[in-house]
Design a protein around this ligand. Structure first.
Ligand code: CP
Length: 321
């Protein structure tokens, strides 16, 4: 009964639980129908997506291109070398032109404000394919992976151990709404954004979930179901690498970190991964859900596209959250 048609998806802050759940339900339905039943489901036939990537990508690009095609649509991959945007055409003009040529835009940008400008001037939905502030499609993939693995989300505790970055911000804008507790351990100086933190504190109060900000990785891991980390050096931060590696000393996730977690603990990482963040023993262990998480990027982007571009109703029973 929730209609998301025509909505942009810049941040999970704009979506309540009753809007996030249908996206995950449609995603699971498409995975079931296409992957497990081998059906052809051309829900996006005749539709096109403009994919603007200011930064490189493996998962988001592949997930979007192959997923949109699989649903019968046409993806167009556009880097700054391919289009005039940022060189000799304004955001306003690009947004207006793309609105006449495509049905949706997915953009990976340096600055979140670039997405907001695009969204103001476009008459078609704009999807955040990663910005400096948020990475909401990554968190859709993560929520889908956890729902698949645990059978529901409510009551889980997720421990974020690492940098207070865009992926963490998207968790902070969504977990409480789904009844998931969050423990965050960051080194001093790498805490999440203050405004996002304030908003997350309000959400945690509103939905009665636990939210803790710590500096000790072991304290964050203690009794947590899901241990999560991400790169310590994001794209564009390469010059800070030496200092960051020093500042994150002691934050590597190992089996010792897992030893204090809940008995059924699992590990997530949005990838690409470096061994300093998580050692091979955890990363390649059965605890690690990272490769399912990467695959679910595709099914959740497909689910999101179907929700905002069609009025599709899933065929599988509703998921338990
Ligand atoms: N996790 C993620 O967004 O991967 P890519 O940078 O490869 O798209």
């Amino acid at each position: 009964s929730v209609n998301l048609e025509g909505r942009s998806f810049l941040t999970l802050k704009d979506f309540n639980a009753e809007e996030i759940k249908p996206i995950l339900w449609v995603s699971a339905d498409l995975k079931h129908r296409i992957k497990h039943r081998g059906e052809y489901v051309p829900l996006l036939q005749g539709k096109s997506i403009a994919m603007i990537f200011e930064k490189r990508s493996t998962r988001t690009r592949m997930a979007t291109e192959t997923g949109f095609s699989l649903l019968g649509g046409h993806p167009c991959f556009l880097t700054p070398q391919d289009i005039h945007l940022g060189v000799n055409e304004s955001t306003t003009d690009t947004a207006r032109v793309l609105s006449g040529l495509a049905d949706v835009v997915l953009a990976r940008v340096y600055s979140h404000s670039s997405l907001e400008h695009l969204d103001i001037d476009a008459s078609i939905p704009v999807i955040n394919g990663l910005s400096d502030l948020y990475h909401p499609i990554q968190v859709l993939a993560d929520l889908s992976t956890l729902q698949e693995h645990y059978g529901s989300l409510k009551g889980l505790t997720l421990a974020w151990i690492g940098d207070g970055n865009n992926v963490l911000h998207s968790f902070m804008m969504s977990l409480a709404k789904l009844g998931v507790n969050l423990k965050v351990a960051t080194p001093k100086g790498y805490e999440p954004d203050a405004n996002v933190t304030q908003e997350a504190q309000l959400l945690s109060k509103q939905f009665g979930t636990k939210l803790q900000f710590l500096m000790d990785p072991m304290e964050a891991a203690r009794h947590s179901s899901v241990l999560v980390t991400d790169t310590w050096v994001s794209m564009g931060q390469e010059e800070e690498k030496k200092k960051r590696l020093k500042d994150f000393h002691g934050y590597q996730i190992t089996m010792q970190t897992g030893s204090v977690a809940a008995p059924d603990w699992t590990f997530l990482h949005c990838l690409p991964r470096k061994a300093e963040e998580v050692d091979d023993e955890v990363f390649y262990s059965p605890r690690s859900l990272v490769f399912t998480e990467a695959e679910n990027h595709k099914w959740t982007i497909m689910g999101l596209m179907v929700c905002i571009l069609t009025d599709y109703t899933p065929q599988i029973p509703k998921l338990k959250f």
